[in-house]
Design a protein around this ligand. Structure first.
Ligand code: HEC
Length: 145
């Protein structure tokens, strides 16, 4: 009798685990569809005015600059088929690359860090800045031609 009870007790977590597994697999299926949502949202806020919603270089203010605004869906194609991940990180961050004089692109690394500090991130501001840049680069990688 006590054995049965114990079996039942054991089977409850077993069922729980199954239900959990089902939940987790549903959640991860949703995550897969939404995997780049954070980077996409950041991109639309920070970059789309110049580079365009579709990252094709045709943003509403692209015509204001002397330097043509590049199509960001062609980064891999223009680099022998390989997405230049680290270079893109550094271009967006902007703190370690030497920019051409008059490059209109903001230095996002510095901007994101300052925003995080303004919001009170005393220790994490650099990590937050880098994470925001990384999320965008992952999104850009996902939309290459
Ligand atoms: C104010 C307009 C503007 C904004 C905002 C802007 N960019 Fe740019 N971006 C440019 C211009 C212009 C160039 C070309 C610079 C050059 O050739 O020197 C460029 C170049 C680039 C490049 C290099 C592309 C290549 O083929 O060499 C990348 C990558 C890039 N931008 C990504 C981004 C991302 C991501 C954001 C948002 C975080 C962003 N840019 C925001 C105007 C902008």
């Amino acid at each position: 009798m006590s054995r049965f009870r114990r079996l039942r007790v054991l089977s409850a977590p077993g069922l729980g685990a199954l239900a959990l597994a089902a939940l987790v697999s549903t959640a991860s299926a949703e995550n897969a569809a939404d995997e780049f949502a954070v980077g996409k949202a950041e991109y639309l806020t920070a970059c789309a005015a110049c580079h365009g919603d579709a990252a094709d270089g045709k943003g509403p203010i692209a015509g204001m600059f002397r330097t043509p605004v590049p199509d960001l869906t062609g980064l891999a194609v223009r680099n022998e088929g390989r997405f230049p991940f680290l270079t893109v990180v550094q271009i967006i961050d902007g703190r370690s690359v030497v920019r051409a004089h008059g490059d209109p692109m903001p230095v996002f690394g510095g901007r994101f860090r300052a925003e995080a500090e303004d919001r009170g991130a005393l220790y994490g501001s650099e990590a937050i800045a880098r994470a925001r840049v990384l999320e965008m680069v992952l999104y850009l990688e996902s939309i290459q031609d």
